[in-house]
Unconditional design. Structure first.
Length: 421
């Protein structure tokens, strides 16, 4: 029995609806995954955890002067609310947020030509703006459906909406001076569930190979590529692996709330901290299914793991672009604990639609699952049946620094570690 890309494609079609944390879509996806795993004969556990989430009730952006125009926008989660009638103020274009472009005084609506990272967010909050309007950085993208990490709220909040590149260009060129922003959202805690299936190894039961993918999407977005596609690959691998004998234990994890800041995988590494030493390797699947594209991987571990994948890809006749780096996905919390993680994903021009309403089933097909499935199946079978895993369980110092920087600066959910004297 081998990986069937058509079965993976059927799974992605069955998951093609919004699956944001705390919604009925998330519950529906969880039920589908659990029932499918049970059909394959897997014993399934659902591990609950609490997580902060939100619901965007209303998001509007309107130019008031010197002309009137309502434009498409999307609210940014966890950034607070305006009054119900909105907030009107002078509109100031500040390019990428450099100090030269900062306005004098407080209470402006800031028009920003980029997305907001933690450092920029802290700077802009100090300006005490009425609201922030953040532009996409490509004309091909509709407004992203995203949020700031919940932890950023400790620096203050300011209502933020996303607009298209085209809209930002037109507003700058036409000299828009005044605008109104409406952002109403509900923030709340909800219970989400990581879904875990396991097959105990016959010879090395205390050595675990963990396979994972996140099954949530951003709010209001089908998320076919990100990450119904990764979920579909993992479900098909679960079918294949359920039928074979394995020397090592296989653990399959479908993580919730990845889009809110890797919450499912972070929770898992905390809830299972006493047994993390048993996990020898993680294989993570994120962004899959585009018919037109190429197979890529990021090895977050020893460089010998990268070399192994490159050699294996040649043996299989599959061109795989392999980087020695980190990925903003569920493998990274494990690498943070010293566990090597291989992230397999699909590089494609279709990726420009990620986190927007255009991430639907267009350009998704069985062809997009074939090469990643072949690579993943062969690599996993070798790892679960090898007498010894052919690379060390370690995270090199240069990768460790990138992981720390990711959690402290890029994701911004962890305080910077104090240097030991």
């Amino acid at each position: 029995m081998s990986f069937d890309p058509y079965k993976a494609y059927e799974h992605v079609k069955n998951l093609a609806y919004p699956r944001f944390t705390g919604t009925d879509g998330e519950k529906r996806a969880r039920e589908y995954i659990v029932s499918t795993l049970k059909e394959y004969g897997c014993e399934v556990k659902e591990e609950a955890f609490e997580v902060h989430t939100y619901e965007i009730k209303k998001a509007e952006f309107e130019v008031i002067a010197p002309f009137r125009e309502k434009v498409e926008c999307a609210g940014v989660g966890f950034t607070g609310c305006t009054p119900e009638e909105g907030i009107e103020a002078d509109l100031k274009y500040i390019e990428d947020g450099g100090r030269r472009f900062w306005p004098q005084g407080e209470g402006h609506i800031l028009l920003l030509a980029t997305s907001v990272n933690l450092e920029l967010y802290k700077d802009l909050i100090k300006l005490k703006p009425a609201a922030i309007v953040s532009s996409e950085e490509s004309p091909a993208r509709k407004p992203s459906h995203v949020e700031i990490p919940y932890e950023w709220k400790r620096h203050g909040t300011c209502p933020i909406v996303k607009i298209t590149y085209d809209t930002c260009f037109r507003l700058v060129r036409s000299g828009a001076k005044r605008a109104r922003v409406v952002l109403l959202q509900r923030e709340f805690k909800t219970t989400s569930y990581n879904i875990i299936a396991e097959k105990i190894g016959s010879k090395y039961p205390d050595e675990i190979i963990l396979l994972c993918a996140h099954y949530d999407s951003v709010y209001g977005v089908v998320g076919a590529l990100d990450n119904a596609g990764g979920t579909a690959i993992l479900l098909e691998l679960a079918r294949v692996l359920s039928k074979i004998d394995t020397k090592r234990t296989i653990r399959i994890a479908f993580f919730a709330a990845e889009e809110l800041g890797l919450r499912g995988s972070l929770t898992y590494t905390e809830q299972h901290k006493d047994e993390l030493e048993k996990i020898k390797l993680v294989v993570n699947f994120d962004v899959h299914g585009a018919s037109i594209g190429r197979t890529s991987a990021i090895a977050t571990g020893p460089e010998s793991m990268k070399n192994y994948i490159e050699a294996l890809s040649k043996e299989l006749g599959i061109r795989v672009s392999v980087a020695h780096d980190i990925m903003s996905s569920d493998g990274t919390p494990f690498a943070d604990k010293g566990i090597p993680a291989l992230n397999i994903f699909r590089s494609t021009g279709r990726g420009i639609y990620a986190h927007t309403v255009d991430d639907d089933l267009r350009y998704i097909g069985p062809e997009g699952f074939l090469a990643p499935g072949i690579l993943a199946e062969e690599f996993i079978k070798r790892m679960i049946n090898a007498e010894e895993i052919p690379f060390k369980r370690e995270i090199p110092e240069n990768i460790r620094k990138k992981i720390d920087e990711y959690f402290e600066k890029r994701l911004g959910i962890r305080e910077k570690k104090k240097k030991e004297h």
